[in-house]
Design a protein around this ligand. Structure first.
Ligand code: ZN
Length: 402
């Protein structure tokens, strides 16, 4: 059975090494990382199964990784996040390297603060919290409905309630905006994250105007999105950061929205791959293509529904299908939650639940405004690392060998 234990990463710890943090370089691939660190490509890449090799292409530029080193400067352990729930763990034991994917244990906290406007919501949140991420999620929530430049005055109030994940005592991953309010010209404007994971204003109208079209017509979904799933037979953690549409070879692939091609080329895992950048931080990914549409190149502008390529089975793929990925601000999200959702207004059926959620948040925001809640930077001791381990894990192997 799975169990929790605490792992002390101190000088006196199991591995007798200091933990170093590094960021994943722009342009670094998992293979180039292994090569750079003289790690064995065969055990840590070529011997992995298809899913694991494909997943290794999901490492994001700038992500915070951790490593400990042996005395000869070789890597003893490395932790490389794949998303906010799963990470690659490479470790050396008895002169041999091992690869596994393990959950990232994080703690989620609900936080809130009130700010009086001095300059602009973005600059004021950044100044108060030091977080560009918080500034960004606040502004992007209101950007389609309010005009801060025109209507906002010094001294107006804004409120934010959000969830922040912490890993190793530090804020980790994109915060999730739960509710926010900005008072302009004496009028309070609200945003709420509803249980359908979409944002609505106080009238129950949806705020994000981003809708994707299906990237292939009349295709069967052969695999859905998951950030982390334990495979009971393989006894491994898995993630599938997209949706697979099974379709015959040559079926046209359509751009899911208006945007610009930011990557077009061939990768090991995803084969012929196109990435399209859309507005509001959304990016779509189309993998395993048989071929690209002539005339669609890196940098091309594409329109929603335009053919950009054809279904195939290139890269690590067992049959013709489109692997379709959707990312918001760099984080993989479930495309099926965004594709062709017709709701723009809360339905009569869902109204009661929404009004209850709204009144809870309103009460909470009012309380924070009354108390003038200030932003507090949470931090926890850095040298404790929480791992979640399965049988056959490194700790159990070490235990059984000792
Ligand atoms: Zn897939």
């Amino acid at each position: 059975m799975a169990k929790f234990f605490i792992f002390l990463l101190l000088a006196s710890s199991l591995f007798g090494a200091r933990v170093e943090t590094f960021r994943w370089d722009n342009g670094e691939t998992y293979l180039s990382f292994l090569e750079k660190n003289n790690l064995p490509l065969k055990t840590l890449y070529y011997n992995l199964d298809e899913d694991e090799r494909q997943l290794s292409e999901e490492i994001l530029t700038g992500v915070h990784c951790k490593a400990t080193y042996n005395q000869d400067k070789s890597i003893a352990q490395a932790f490389i996040p794949l998303n906010d729930e799963l990470q690659i763990h490479i470790y050396k034991h008895n002169d041999e390297y091992f690869f596994e994917t393990i959950p990232i244990i994080s703690e989620t906290k609900t936080e809130a603060f009130i700010i009086k406007i001095e300059n602009s919501p973005y600059l004021d949140i950044l100044r108060e919290t030091g977080s560009k991420k918080l500034a960004k999620i606040f502004v992007s929530g209101f950007q389609n409905s309010l005009n801060f430049k025109r209507d906002l005055k010094k001294g107006d109030t804004l409120a934010m309630i959000y969830e922040q994940k912490y890993r190793l005592g530090k804020p980790f991953s994109m915060p999730t905006l739960k509710a926010s309010m900005i008072e302009m010209n004496g009028k309070k404007n609200y945003i709420y994250l509803n249980s359908d994971e979409r944002y609505y204003n106080q009238e129950g109208s949806e705020l994000q105007g981003f809708f994707l079209a299906n990237p292939v017509k009349s295709a069967r979904i052969s695999s859905t999105f998951t950030k982390r799933r334990f495979h009971p037979i393989l006894k491994k953690y898995r993630a599938h950061l997209g949706v697979d549409y099974a379709a015959s070879r040559g079926t046209p692939i359509l751009a899911a929205g208006d945007g610009r091609v930011v990557f077009l080329g061939t990768t090991r895992g995803y084969g012929n791959l196109t990435k399209v950048q859309h507005s509001d931080g959304y990016l779509t990914l189309y993998a395993h293509q048989n071929s690209f549409r002539k005339g669609v190149n890196n940098g091309s502008s594409v329109k929603k529904g335009q053919v950009i390529g054809y279904v195939g089975s290139t890269g690590l793929s067992t049959g013709p299908h489109l692997h379709f990925g959707l990312y918001k601000d760099g984080q993989a999200i479930d495309p099926l939650r965004v594709v062709q959702v017709a709701t723009k207004k809360i339905s009569a059926k869902e109204k009661a639940a929404f009004l209850k959620l709204k009144s809870n948040y309103d009460e909470s925001i009012n309380l924070h405004v009354t108390n003038d809640t200030k932003f507090i930077r949470t931090s926890m001791p850095e040298n404790v690392c929480y791992f979640f381990e399965e049988e056959n894990s490194v700790q159990n192997r070490l235990d059984s060998n000792s």
